[in-house]
Design a protein around this ligand. Structure first.
Ligand code: HEC
Length: 119
């Protein structure tokens, strides 16, 4: 093994550790580069509540009747982080034309996933 490939392997192992450990930090403070449900919730509160019922806060009194709530979306059969991320990044529905960063998109997905109650 050359010196360089050893370094790459070490980096790969570190990156793997970060990816695997990330979900456990969902309730900690926002760490740049890691999805954070609370940040996503705050963002959703601002830009998604015109149409969607979002979390269980109980503060929201109205939303569009024919739009699925975030909880319903989270509990769709076979729902995954990838699917949620895709439908935020490349929406097939009328989403507000707000440019979301990759980070904001992953925070939103993390938040929606946090509402999942079924398997
Ligand atoms: C103008 C109304 C409107 C707004 C604002 C809106 N949505 Fe939606 N959203 C919809 C409708 C209608 C659907 C269901 C139709 C569909 O899936 O195409 C939907 C579906 C979704 C889905 C599920 C798509 C799927 O794969 O089934 C996700 C995820 C989603 N919205 C996320 C968001 C997020 C995050 C925001 C805020 C950034 C947002 N939406 C803002 C109307 C809206």
């Amino acid at each position: 093994m050359t010196r360089n490939s050893f370094r790459l392997t070490t980096l790969g192992a570190l990156a793997f550790g970060v990816l695997v450990l990330a979900p456990g930090s969902a309730h900690a403070q926002k760490i740049p580069g890691q999805p954070h449900a609370e940040t996503g919730a705050a963002l959703a509160q601002k830009i998604c509540t015109n149409c969607h019922l979002i979390g269980a806060s109980g503060q929201q009194t109205s939303a569009s009747a024919d739009v699925p709530s975030f909880k319903e979306i989270a509990n769709l059969k076979g729902q995954s982080r990838e699917r949620i991320t895709m439908s935020i990044a490349l929406p097939t529905h009328a989403m507000p034309m707000i440019e979301l960063t990759r980070e904001e998109t992953s925070d939103l997905a993390e938040y929606i996933l946090s509402l999942k109650t079924a398997d």
